[in-house]
Design a protein around this ligand. Structure first.
Ligand SMILES: CC(C)(COP(=O)(O)OP(=O)(O)OC[C@H]1O[C@@H](n2cnc3c(N)ncnc32)[C@H](O)[C@@H]1OP(=O)(O)O)[C@@H](O)C(=O)NCCC(=O)NCCS
Length: 329
């Protein structure tokens, strides 16, 4: 499914019914994205209808969400379904509701979510396990890992000769054309990976261990997070390639917090509760102290970074996975 193509189809409907008041049906994620990307000011959009009473009266990207009942007495309204999941059933449901209220001045536009596109969306995402000989096996499920595909053409590659050691972990692929790769010998638990933008890349090296937290890529397209080999992350780590919202210069209106890659080198230990923000680099053989916030590029290897924002507090160090007692032995 190409979301741009679906967006174009909605725009075509908006053009076709330009002389009507438009109401979208379904405060969906798809609609949110569509509204965000378009200038719809030339259309007469009255709002959004949704069955969920928690959404009634709230704003959805600037448009008010109404209950289905609220349209009963309206006139000259064209309804456009914005429900992408199970679109045909949704279209049927809206049709039945309109027949029920029997207002000839409200009509439903044609469905833009064609079945073949939606099927493609579900068949063009791939989860592979790749063994050391380079054989790749497409799987639909790995115990301990839940993958939620909402877009198309995404690939997840997990390098492993056995069943990967993954527990209570989720990967959300919200958009299209993104890739996640996880190296050999990793041990991942209580972790969440959110790929929110198109064409995003997350590369995790071999022997990565993590006790909990999240990595978030995007919403903007094309962001990247790389994690080298033999990294050890404690619990509650938080890694982001973008701030998700815009800070802009008040005079020029230019955005100033542009997303940029996060690069974590080989053999890096992140302590409990560490955050690593966009445009950061943590060099090889380094340690980041608990609760620190890394928000820039460091280039000297073998350092301890600590504080908010993190600074180099020790140089010429290295670290080992064993505790100090065993290390001394
Ligand atoms: C990073 C760490 C291992 C460094 O320990 P260390 O080598 O003994 O370092 P020190 O305690 O001597 O601290 C060095 C400096 O950094 C500062 N510092 C250490 N941890 C800090 C933190 N979390 N936030 C801010 N500053 C910190 C110290 O105050 C000290 O500053 P000073 O030189 O001005 O006095 C340790 O601070 C840490 O964060 N441990 C938590 C590990 C963890 O989360 N484990 C979970 C299991 S994976």
């Amino acid at each position: 499914m190409n979301k741009n193509r679906l967006g174009l189809r909605i725009l075509e409907l908006l053009e076709k019914y330009k002389n009507k008041k438009i109401m979208f049906w379904g405060a969906s994620k798809f609609l949110k994205e569509f509204i965000r990307k378009q200038d719809l000011s030339c259309y007469n959009i009255e709002g959004i209808i949704d069955k969920d009473d928690n959404k009634w009266g709230t704003l959805w990207e600037g448009y008010t969400v109404y209950s289905p009942k609220s349209i009963i007495d309206k006139s000259n309204v064209c309804i456009i379904s914005s429900i992408a999941n199970n679109a045909e059933k949704a279209q049927q449901g809206i049709k039945s509701f309109l027949e029920f209220i029997n207002n000839k001045d409200i009509f439903l536009a044609e469905n833009v979510f064609y079945k073949e596109d939606m099927l493609k969306a579900f068949t063009s995402n791939h989860l592979y396990i790749i063994d050391k000989s380079g054989n790749s096996y497409e799987v639909s499920y790995i115990p301990g890992l839940e993958v939620v595909w909402s877009g198309a053409d995404n690939v997840i590659k997990i390098y492993s000769d056995t069943l990967p050691k993954i527990k209570n972990t989720r990967i959300y692929c919200d958009n299209n054309d993104s890739e996640v790769s996880i190296g050999y010998g990793c041990d991942i638990m209580n972790f969440c990976i959110y790929i929110k933008g198109d064409k995003s890349t997350l590369n995790i090296g071999d022997c990565f261990t993590v006790q909990g937290g999240k990595i978030i890529l995007g919403g903007e397209s094309g962001t990247k997070v790389t994690i080298g080999n033999d990294c050890m992350f404690a619990g509650e780590v938080y890694i982001k390639s973008s701030d998700s919202h815009t800070v802009y210069d008040n005079s020029t209106r230019e955005a100033i917090n542009i997303p940029d890659a996060v690069h974590i080198g080989n053999h890096v230990w992140l302590g409990y509760g560490v955050s690593v923000l966009k445009n950061s680099m943590i060099p090889d053989n380094s340690v980041v102290a608990a609760r620190s916030v890394v928000n820039k590029k460091f280039d000297e290897q073998n350092v301890v970074l600590a504080g908010v924002p993190a600074k180099v507090v020790k140089k010429n160090i290295n670290w080992h996975r064993v505790n100090t007692e065993d290390y001394v032995k």
